[in-house]
Design a protein around this ligand. Structure first.
Ligand code: ZN
Length: 461
């Protein structure tokens, strides 16, 4: 039986492969979209102008507000008919001072950065002995007596990975350290960068709430290694001086631009980026890149294929870095129309060319998905699995059933730039902007000019 089934499968496979998923006319549109993207300069120009004219755009700050105004004007100038801001408010948090210095005979400074949400230390800093763990599980298992009153140091190293799995694993300590350490009576938390930059501390958001309310900071990889060497020479006492500020009800918002559908305007094809950045760089890759790519893609698809049947919605989310607050606000506000969202996809994985399509759809083998794969093939984008997330701000709507697509990028080099002072325009490769714009334009085209239903479950074929 097994042999027969395999023989039948072998017979069936060539027949399936011959199904003409894109018609000659569609292949022509595909080729013209790719050619238009290869000649497009808008994507890169958006990235250059946003990072140059606004600079860092910390969530809830006056700079993020200026970036929203800038985005509205720019999206209108790019030809989007309907542009609006959907405001929401957040707790603003900002750093004022961050300093760590080794006390005693080996006195020297170490490079640290406060973790988002960290309270201030007393003025002049807190001085305490450092206790080192190589993983959060060691801290969880530790006797509180060994931790009480000390600065907990989580010295877990992130190694580069092409698909970012090592980031996902090592970033957990940034949120987990303070609640666990505080419960054991620790004075503060110091975690090694969840990134691969040697020199820069990798900044990011920490856990919220009273349980996490001890001062917390990240320490650069080089300085974590230095601290470990110092500890090998005897107990180390550190002065940690973190001064931060916090404001309730600070403004943020999602900027939304649309090209209205001609036949089914209430059906939404959503592509996205996030407008905010961390405060230590202009956020060129994270995530001005995504804004340039997805915005150019929507224009390119429309200029080549004409007015879309369904509405194309480009969302520049606010306050992503501090907890996906824009994505949460969007899913809440649009709860009633999420069933009309055909697909959603966010570009927020650095600046490398897309190489694979990961779906999160009802039927990963549907003709609509196969046609999208065929559309992307000239860009050397291959089919990956069906465990796509859609991107950080897409998560809350994906949880409510919106089909998602990920254009996967190699992130092995990205995590030496991500959330560091090195995330500048110099990191952006214009050729990669054009390549990713082509991929997003093709994705948008296959969703907004068709009747494809990516929620539908597999049917017997
Ligand atoms: Zn990002």
């Amino acid at each position: 039986m097994r042999t027969l089934a395999m023989a039948l499968a072998a017979l069936a496979t060539p027949a399936l492969a011959q199904v003409p998923l894109l018609s000659p006319a569609e292949r022509d549109v595909r080729d013209r979209i790719i050619a238009a993207a290869q000649a497009d300069a808008r994507g890169y120009r958006i990235i250059e102008d946003l990072t140059t004219e606004i600079g860092p755009r910390l969530a809830g700050s006056p700079a993020e507000a200026r970036a929203r105004d800038w985005a509205v004007a720019r999206l209108r100038a790019e030809g989007f008919g309907e542009v609006r801001v959907e405001p929401f408010s957040i707790i603003y948090w900002g750093r004022l001072k961050e300093r760590a210095s080794v006390q005693g005979r080996f006195t020297q400074p170490l490079m640290v950065a406060a973790i988002g949400g960290s309270p201030s230390t007393p003025a002049g800093g807190l001085t305490a002995e450092v206790v080192r763990f190589t993983h959060m599980d060691e801290l969880r298992a530790a006797d509180p007596a060994t931790v009480r009153g000390k600065i907990v140091f989580i010295d877990e190293v992130m190694v580069p990975s092409g698909n970012g799995v090592t980031y996902g694993a090592t970033v957990a300590k940034r949120r987990a350290c303070a609640p666990v350490a505080a419960e054991k009576g620790a004075a503060a938390c110091l975690v090694r960068s969840a990134g691969t930059s040697n020199r820069w501390p990798h900044v990011g958001q920490g856990a919220r709430g009273a349980a996490a309310a001890i001062p917390k900071a990240v320490i650069a990889n080089a300085d974590a290694a230095q601290l470990t060497r110092l500890m090998a020479r005897g107990p180390v006492t550190l002065n940690l001086d973190l001064q931060t500020e916090s404001t309730p009800n600070a403004p943020s918002g999602n900027v939304i631009a649309e090209i209205r559908g001609t036949e089914k305007p209430d059906e939404i094809v959503l592509v996205a980026c996030h407008l905010d950045s961390w405060d230590n760089s202009v956020g060129a890759l994270d995530d001005a890149f995504g804004c340039g790519v997805t915005t150019a893609a929507a224009r390119i698809a429309t200029e080549v294929a004409g007015p879309p049947k369904r509405t194309i919605r480009v969302v520049w989310f606010g306050a992503e870095e501090v907890g996906i607050l824009g994505g949460i606000a969007y899913a809440e506000r649009h709860k009633a129309d999420l069933p009309k969202h055909i697909i959603a996809s966010q570009s927020d994985s650095g600046g490398a060319p897309a190489f694979a399509l990961e779906t999160g759809v009802g039927d990963p083998a549907s003709p609509a998905v196969q046609a999208m794969v065929e559309a992307l093939r000239p860009l050397s984008i291959v089919r990956a699995g069906n465990a796509g997330t859609g991107g950080p701000d897409i998560g809350p709507m994906r949880a409510q059933g919106v089909p998602v697509f990920d254009l996967e990028q190699d992130v092995s080099a990205y995590f030496s730039i991500h959330h560091t002072g090195d995330d500048t325009l110099e990191q952006v490769d214009p050729a990669s902007v054009r390549c990713n714009s082509a991929a997003y334009a093709l994705m948008i085209w296959r969703a907004a000019w068709t009747d494809a239903d990516f929620r539908a479950k597999p049917v017997a074929r």
